[in-house]
Design a protein around this ligand. Structure first.
Ligand code: PA5
Length: 463
């Protein structure tokens, strides 16, 4: 099976000069530390980092596939109700491994997939106005089983379903993925008799894409779930113990760390030269931001750590962001995602050959043009001394996407060790959640509500 490669030539000083580039020795100097970080992460594989083992959960994989087979052909639409780590992986897999036009014209017997990861009333209201709930299977995903956004969507859609189908009839339109015990969703699953799957202990939201969180909707829309997990398992094997210079997860983590801490690039741009992989960049943005963006180090010291992730898409953003990337401040480094073998070949016909601006295109392919633009951007970035790596996908298959997801999860876990932060909590997200609970009048949050009301009672400055 062919593997992803990580080409890091263009972060080295030979390519972009010593001011912006790393010496190979800078990387090698992190060998001991990287390998210790990897060992520390792997030591938690059977404890609180069980996501490391998700590629090998063949019984869960089988349960998910069996369920998908049992409902095949029964629903026109699968609708994910979830947010953050309970949504982004679903969208990334759908965009990567289904046709970009799947939802306009799904393959025979397959449902469309919508990911409703917002409570903006103009999204949910429009959905209610447009889509008949009787045609939908609602895939409710919440690890904590209490997230306000997901729970409110669940309440709205459940009521619509019951109105349309009755208490009994609505049940088969719900499938729930949540913790085995915690949160309110699990007892609701039991009392309502919904089909359900478990987010296992030791699998945090943003590390859960290879659990039923990402697998259920994937299986329902015909994604090759065994291939996805096999790809992740392959990356696990490749990275589990390998020393730094043979280990793509360790090399990527070390480059991220050095790019920020040694070379002063606080921004990490994932530049996807693949329309299919565009939402994989969004998935990675959450993984990096929530994992490494921390006020406190693990020793309790204020560090305000973390790179700012940016997700861009080629060639589209060549006509939007690249001006900044090539000539703006030296505060970014780039990960280009590149695909060796697109599924399609599109020929450009010859016409208007009297015009030089068109003559060179006729008789070539869009594949050649796309590759030339990607390589041209890489050359422009490198000439402008902008550090960049390229992750090459031999093709965009489930196996390759599985490799990539696992590579990035492991790399981010190791980054947590380099930055000295807890990569697996999200206290900054909790603060906003608590404020929203208080404003919504949730019981137990009265004191916080009073504080907020006091802080909002002063004069406002507006224009
Ligand atoms: O990574 C995380 O833990 C978060 O982004 C969660 O996925 C997100 O807050 C949703 O939480 P839950 O799945 O508990 O509803």
């Amino acid at each position: 099976m062919d593997r992803l490669t990580l080409d890091y030539t263009n972060v080295l000083s030979d390519a972009i000069g010593p001011k912006h580039g790393l010496e190979l020795a800078d990387l090698e100097a992190l060998s001991e530390r990287s390998e210790a970080a990897l060992a520390a992460v792997q030591a938690r594989r059977d404890q609180d980092l069980r996501w490391l083992d998700l590629p090998h959960q063949s019984a869960v994989q089988q349960d998910v596939m069996d369920y998908a087979a049992s409902v095949q052909g029964q629903f026109e639409n699968v609708v994910v109700l979830g947010i953050g780590g309970s949504a982004l992986g679903n969208r990334a897999l759908h965009r990567a491994l289904s046709s970009p036009f799947h939802d306009i014209q799904p393959p025979a017997g397959m449902p469309r997939l919508y990911v409703l990861d917002n409570v903006d009333p103009d999204l949910v209201g429009e959905f209610l106005d447009t889509v008949d709930p009787k045609t939908c299977l609602f895939n409710v995903i919440s690890k904590s089983g209490s997230t306000a956004e997901t729970m409110s969507q669940f309440l709205v859609l459940r009521e619509r379903l019951i109105a349309a189908l009755g208490k009994e009839g609505h049940r088969r339109h719900m499938v729930v993925t949540t913790d085995a015990e915690k949160g309110v969703l699990r007892p609701i699953v039991e009392s309502e008799g919904y089909q359900s799957f478990i987010v296992p202990d030791g699998v945090g939201g943003r590390f859960s894409v290879l659990s039923p969180v990402g697998l259920v909707s994937s299986a329902l829309i015909g994604i090759d779930v065994p291939g996805l997990l096999a790809g992740a398992a392959d990356m696990d094997e490749r990275c589990r113990e390998a020393p730094l210079m043979e280990n793509p997860a360790l090399v990527y983590a070390a480059i991220q760390y050095l790019m920020q801490e040694k070379k002063g690039n606080p921004m990490s741009v994932t530049f996807s030269y693949s329309q299919r992989l565009a939402c994989v960049g969004d998935w990675y943005a959450q993984l990096l931001a929530e994992s490494i963006g921390k006020r406190l180090s693990r020793d309790g010291e204020e560090v305000f750590a973390g790179p700012t992730p940016v997700s861009a898409i080629g060639v589209t953003d060549q006509h939007s962001q690249v001006q900044l990337y090539v000539e703006g401040p030296h505060d970014k480094w780039f990960t280009l995602l590149s695909v060796d073998r697109p599924d399609h070949t599109v020929e450009i016909p010859r016409a208007f050959e009297e015009h030089d601006a068109l003559a060179y295109l006729g008789g070539r392919t869009m594949n050649e043009l796309f590759a030339a633009e990607r390589d041209g951007t890489r050359i422009a970035l490198t000439d402008a001394k902008r550090p960049n790596v390229t992750v090459s996908f031999p093709a965009v298959t489930a196996h390759h996407v599985g490799q990539y997801l696992y590579l990035m999860e492991l790399a981010v876990a190791v980054m947590g060790e380099h930055y000295g932060v807890d990569a697996f909590d999200q206290p900054g997200v909790e603060a906003g959640k608590v404020a929203a609970y208080a404003l919504m009048g949730r019981s137990g949050y009265e004191e916080r509500r009073a504080e907020i009301e006091k802080s909002l009672s002063g004069p406002r400055r507006t224009v």
